[in-house]
Design a binder for this molecule. Structure first.
Ligand code: DUC
Ligand code: ZN
Ligand code: ZN
Ligand code: ZN
Length: 484
């Protein structure tokens, strides 16, 4: 059985050209003119692009007393509906839980995935078991990225000594550390102060996480990574302070990548003020939305290449779940959705406005992260031999985003009422048509885990601090991890 995508214009991170794409056994078999196949997909007037890769999702995540509402079933369907054909979720160990046990839990959740997926491994504590199991995580499970939360004190947060230990271990294993960069100590202090003063509403969330807490943590993580001799990937860069730290590091030859979210590019802090409680609480995420100057900084970073990847941090909670925080903003589950809307929004407000070229769009939504995660060109490419994870993109197709029309399981959409022009006509997951003119026809369990081997070459230029081997243990200097 073969399928041919005919009459489209192929857009990759580098090239734009007219050609047909022949797919056999889930892979791209041939690219050329006048190709034929058993099935034919008409891409007249459309772009044929690598499907989106969202490197930052939290599906069915145990967090702040509940679980995020989109699981691998609804979440990956939402992804496909919006042209995203692979997600990377975060396997989170419970306090004191081993890494391999945590991955097993994520294996169970992800059995319902409709598209291909992978995991990042979160390091939430440090000890001999973590030290030892990191090697197995990389070598046996094919996970080459380790996430560190510098915020969520008393829950997911790691201290600097733990982070330095883990970064050095990453260096030994050829893995890449990721950071959620916010100063968790300062956030906890500001939260207490705001609550004491009676600022209990969702706007307190924004006040407790100013850009400085993010800028400080980003700088700190960059310096710690430099001393450990590892590259660094900074998730959800939301402000100029953090972007500036990344720019400066890159300019000094450090290998640091920054990931803005579609939410921070388009939504601003006004959402937390002069709105009703539900409206604002639904938009509580960390980091919070920022002002227009920060948004301009992020767009400039994407155009200039100082920021590399647009993600979502998709972590959706229902209005009822958000209401856990009535009377105490620190208990509002942090997170927003975006999986379904990332590509159409970035196209409409990035490409159609002239801020990004179509090629830059592909780089930011797919190819750059495939390279960073070491799965290129199997993913993120339109090349012979690559997986046929493709989106046939209709730049003329329009819709207005509404909660009523979405696949995500929650009862609202933070982009409600925003018009998009540019949507998938077809989405293909390893050669299968899973979205046909807006209609989902995917299968739970069809998605496969994608192994990601370590990429030693990104470490080779970073050997200044060689000889600092990772410690198997560190004394905890702060309060112990106590669960989510
Ligand atoms: N931020 C969120 O808003 N939700 C999930 C975790 C995170 O860091
Ligand atoms: Zn985060
Ligand atoms: Zn508003
Ligand atoms: Zn996240």
């Amino acid at each position: 059985m073969s399928t041919v995508i005919r009459n489209g214009t192929i857009v990759t991170a580098d090239l734009t050209y007219k050609a047909d794409v022949l797919i056999e056994d889930g892979r791209i078999a041939q690219i050329g003119q006048g190709l034929g196949g058993d099935d034919e997909i008409d891409a007249t007037g459309c772009y044929v692009m690598p499907g989106g890769i969202d490197p930052h999702t939290h599906l069915e995540m145990p967090f702040m007393g509940t679980y995020s509402a989109d699981n691998f079933d609804s979440g990956t369907q939402a992804a496909l509906a919006g042209g995203t054909t692979m997600v990377v979720d975060f396997a989170l160990p419970d306090p004191g839980q081993g890494l391999l046990d945590a991955i097993k839990r994520w294996d169970n959740k992800s059995a319902q995935a409709h598209c291909d997926y992978s995991f990042h491994m979160a390091i939430t504590w440090w000890g001999e078991q973590v030290f030892d199991e990191m090697a197995q995580v990389v070598r046996e499970r094919g996970i080459n990225t380790f996430k560190h939360f510098m915020a969520y004190k008393g829950a997911l947060m790691v201290n600097d000594d733990e982070m330095f230990a883990s970064f050095r271990r990453c260096a030994e294993l050829g893995a890449i550390p990721l950071v959620h960069a916010e100063n968790g100590d300062v956030v906890a202090d500001l939260q207490r102060k705001l609550m004491d003063e009676g600022n209990t509403g969702p706007e307190g969330h924004a006040y407790s996480r100013p850009p400085q807490v993010e800028g400080e943590a980003t700088n700190r993580a960059i310096m710690i990574a430099d001393m450990a001799g590892v590259p660094l990937y900074v998730v959800h860069v939301s402000c100029e302070e953090s972007h500036e730290a990344i720019r400066r590091a890159k300019q000094a030859g450090k290998r640091v990548w920054g990931e803005p979210l579609i939410q921070h590019l388009l939504l601003d802090e006004g959402e937390y003020f002069n709105h009703d409680w539900d409206h604002s609480a639904r938009r509580v995420m960390s980091p919070p939305f920022r002002n227009k100057q920060h948004q301009d900084s992020l767009w400039a970073g994407l155009a200039s290449g100082t920021l590399s990847v647009v993600a979502t941090d998709h972590c959706a909670f229902t209005t009822d779940q958000k209401r856990y925080g009535v009377g105490d903003f620190t208990k509002i589950p942090n997170g927003t959705g975006g999986l379904e809307d990332r590509l159409p929004l970035l196209w409409t407000y990035g490409v159609a406005t002239g801020r990004l070229t179509p090629n830059e769009f592909v780089a930011a939504t797919s190819t750059n992260i495939a390279k960073i995660l070491n799965i290129y060109p199997r993913k993120g490419a339109v090349l012979v031999g690559a997986d046929a994870d493709l989106v046939v993109w209709d730049p003329e197709k329009e819709k207005t985003i509404t909660a009523g029309g979405q696949v995500s399981a929650i009862d609202y959409n933070v982009f409600e009422g925003i018009a998009v022009k540019g949507l998938p006509r077809f989405t293909l997951s390893r050669g299968r048509v899973v979205v046909n003119d807006g209609k989902l026809q995917s299968t739970p369990g069809a998605g496969r885990f994608v192994k990601r081997p370590p990429n030693q070459s990104v470490h080779t230029a970073l050997s200044t601090w060689k000889g600092l081997t990772a410690p198997r243990k560190v004394e905890r200097t702060g309060i112990p991890a106590s669960g989510v």
